[in-house]
Design a protein around this ligand. Sequence first.
Ligand code: COA
Length: 172
Amino acid sequence: MRIRTESKDDIDSVHQLLLRAFGGEDEKILMERLRMDPAINPELSIVAEDNGIVIGHIMFSPATLNDGGTLHQVAALGPLAVLPECQRRGVGGQLIEEGKKRCGAHGYPLVFLFGHKDYYPRFGFVQARAHGFEIRQFRVPDEVFMVAELHRGALESMQGEFHFHSAFEGLG
Ligand SMILES: CC(C)(COP(=O)(O)OP(=O)(O)OC[C@H]1O[C@@H](n2cnc3c(N)ncnc32)[C@H](O)[C@@H]1OP(=O)(O)O)[C@@H](O)C(=O)NCCC(=O)NCCS
């Protein structure tokens, strides 16, 4: 299996993968919207390929953290998907780890997400509100709103209101 940057030739496969993994169109629509933004870093759309087949995909988009005085650039993880028949082999984990590395190298101090409380903590994610972060863009339970630091000390030194890319708005 190979983890690599998504290419233009992967786009259809990634969309099919999202439809199969999530069983609905929202994540495909989200990716279509994100791709329309020239500010999106193509290196943060990452695929897992096995024998020429795209079996997993992860996306990191630009987001903001407003601490009341400064608007900090941070990353948002999502969507993340692995083909149903290829799950529980560590593919999702490898995509998360590679993405976190790339986001840190890109200069993002923190990465936020909405996700399952039992899955993401094993990759360094903690509840965001417990660390002084808030979100008003969407109403979500504390356990779903998570953050991981990409630069040492960022969780301690930063706080504020997180805001996803507008592509996330208006989806189910
Ligand atoms: C979530 C997902 C990306 C994980 O991919 P994966 O390649 O199977 O993940 P890994 O192999 O790295 O990790 C598998 C472990 O995560 C657990 N896991 C998977 N999905 C989980 C979930 N929603 N909640 C809690 N644990 C979950 C598995 O039980 C497994 O645990 P184990 O190692 O103790 O057996 C994949 O299940 C998927 O595509 N699901 C459908 C789409 C989705 O829900 N995406 C995430 C949105 S937050």
